[in-house]
Design a protein around this ligand. Structure first.
Ligand code: FAD
Length: 428
């Protein structure tokens, strides 16, 4: 049984992405007791799956590393991974959350030496690479994972593979009899930071994501460009492993569309502009990108980044909503069809690879969150009822870049602190 002590002066943060980590840290560094709950085996959320950040093109590991250092040195902050909030009851100042804990089968003795992974042969899909490749069934989610502790995939529990992993561990870290648990945690305020998920590209039928191997999503492209990704950072076509030197980026794939997501996902233009630099980085002068767009939304400080990409002779802009994609079955190339609205030319353009800048939707529809949350028409958290102690943060509230997600999380932490301060005053 886990030993977390939580009272109605505790702040509970649900979701351990950059927003949840920020909210938890801000509150804990103000002296509040915080429990941070993450359903995956590691903190970091989707930010940890990006290759580089716009606009500076630095690696997400820098930002994560700083936050992880702050987390490790703060005794007021307790982190539970493989933990999912399944229900919340109560009201401002007095909530009870029901949390499901999924077994990791590896305890705190783990030194992340990797002997268990060496011992097993079973492969499972790798969600850290959006299932573009497979990984050993004993795995560390990624190099920056926190906690730095391996995980055994449940599919090998009860098989000889699990026994091999246990036998290989010198530190007595593998516990094959760990069980699922459900615990209840008290909290005075709850911050809901469950983030976003990519829109299901297969629903955009004319783009053939589920039919053509060389149509990928923007989140997959992040992994294809990353040296820790499935192709060791070489931008290769899924169909034949050929270098993808001529890449089409298709904007608003599923966003700003009555048939899919009505909202603008805000970051996709910047993400595609950034991804043209991955093509450049891989192939130098031989790398060509074409961005098919309705309009480019790069505001404030992002405009300079846009101007830099506009000046790159290897990047072409076509103002057009792509009508459909076809595949040249002989070569595997993708053929984009549409009308260029700056001259009204019909085009049929050939590319090695098409990248769909897919929209962001909330990972949990706010209408389904237990409690006093008010959802907007896209399922993001719009606000909380008056006198609520339940607050949204980051991409649970809107499609945001990391900077804005962090601002939103800091604001949520402040609101939560005000609630537990009142509880403390009432109890004094
Ligand atoms: C293609 C692409 C490229 C991008 N590139 C950039 C970039 O270069 N720069 C930039 O600033 N932004 C970029 N972004 C945006 C960036 O990914 C988001 O701003 C960031 O992920 C927001 O973090 P978050 O913590 O709000 O959400 P998330 O990263 O989604 O984290 C939410 C966390 O909550 C957890 N969770 C969900 N439900 C539960 C539950 N019930 N219980 C417990 N835990 C739960 C999830 O497992 C996850 O760890 C990009 C987005 C896309 C689509």
């Amino acid at each position: 049984m886990t030993d977390v002590i939580a009272t109605n002066q505790t702040i509970l943060v649900v979701g351990g992405g950059i927003s949840g980590m920020t909210a938890a840290l801000e509150a804990a560094e103000c002296g509040k007791n915080v429990v941070l709950i993450e359903k995956n085996p590691t903190l970091g959320g989707r930010t940890a799956l990006l290759y580089r950040y716009f606009p500076k093109l630095c690696h997400p590991t820098c930002g994560l590393e700083i936050n992880l250092r702050r987390i490790k040195s703060n005794s007021r902050l307790r982190v539970l991974t493989l933990a999912e909030v399944t229900a919340i009851a109560g009201s401002r100042g007095d909530y009870t959350a029901t949390v499901k804990l999924t077994p990791r089968y590896v305890n705190e003795n783990c030194t992340a030496c990797g002997a268990c992974a060496d011992a097993v042969t079973t492969l499972v899909d790798n969600p850290g690479n959006y299932n573009l490749n497979q990984m050993k069934a004993a795995y560390l989610p990624h190099a920056m994972a926190y906690p730095q502790r391996y995980v055994l995939d449940p599919s090998i529990i009860g098989t000889p593979e699990a026994d091999l992993a246990k036998a290989a561990c010198k530190y007595n870290a593998i516990e094959l009899d760990m069980q699922e648990e459900t615990i209840q945690l008290k909290a005075g305020a709850v911050i809901w930071a469950t983030g976003w998920k990519p829109y299901d590209a297969a629903k955009i039928q004319p783009y053939g994501y589920d039919r053509f191997a060389n149509v990928v999503t923007s989140v997959e492209f992040e992994r294809l460009s990353d040296p820790h990704g499935p192709t060791a950072g070489k931008i290769l076509r899924p169909s034949d492993g050929k270098e993808a030197r001529n890449v089409a980026f298709i904007q608003c794939a599923g966003s700003r569309d009555e048939n899919h997501l009505r909202h603008c996902s805000r970051i996709c233009c910047m993400a595609s502009l950034k991804q043209t630099s991955y093509v450049r980085e891989s192939f130098g002068a031989g790398g060509k990108s074409t961005i098919y767009y309705i309009d480019i939304r790069a505001i404030d400080r992002f405009e300079d980044f846009y101007a830099k990409v506009l000046a790159d002779p290897g990047v072409k802009f076509v103002k057009s909503k792509v009508a459909k994609i076809e595949e040249d079955q002989k070569t595997g190339d993708v053929m984009l069809h549409g009308v260029d609205t700056e001259g009204y030319h019909r085009y049929e353009n050939r590319h090695d690879l098409a990248v769909l800048a897919i929209g962001m939707e909330p990972s949990v529809n706010a209408a389904e969150i237990p409690g006093e949350i008010i959802a907007d028409s896209s399922g993001f958290i719009e606000s909380s009822a008056v006198n609520s102690g339940l607050f949204g943060a980051g991409c649970a509230t809107n499609a945001l870049d990391v900077n804005r997600a962090v601002q939103s999380a800091t604001a949520a932490a402040l609101r939560a602190i005000q609630v537990v301060n009142k509880v403390a005053r009432a109890e004094a």
